[in-house]
Ligand binder design. Structure first.
Ligand SMILES: [Mg+2]
Length: 122
């Protein structure tokens, strides 16, 4: 089986880089800094098997991106990675089909465990 491909979407370079550092030894990683770019990547690359998605981004926020992703590829796992712990936002993300909700600052084992769980459930 080929290495799973993960799309990371976050407007902060530091977050993108730390996620890449955690996951890069085990998975193919694509980094994007906006929802628009993420949707373009998903259109071009059907091999992407998981999305790690920031919520707070300029222009299109993560929940809107989640909606658009799910409308196009319903079975694709999307994990929200956010700086704000909010029960309402977490519930909304779950309702829209998110597979997980991780609050920054995250621990590397938390990221790895969530990614493994989501990829295993496909
Ligand atoms: Mg952000």
């Amino acid at each position: 089986m080929s290495t799973p491909k993960i799309l990371i979407v976050d407007d902060e370079e530091g977050v993108r880089e730390s996620l890449k550092l955690i996951l890069g030894d085990y998975y193919d990683i694509i980094l994007t800094d906006s929802g628009e770019q993420a949707l373009r990547c998903l259109e071009k690359d059907p091999a992407i098997g998981l999305v790690l998605l920031d919520i707070k981004m300029p222009k299109v926020n993560g929940l809107e991106v989640l909606k658009a992703v799910k409308a196009k590829r319903h079975a694709l796992s999307v994990v929200m990675v956010t700086g704000y712990r909010s029960v309402e936002t977490a519930a909304e993300a779950t309702r829209l089909g998110a597979s997980g909700y991780i609050v920054k600052p995250f621990k590397s084992d938390e990221i790895l465990a969530t990614v493994q769980r989501c990829l295993a459930s496909i």
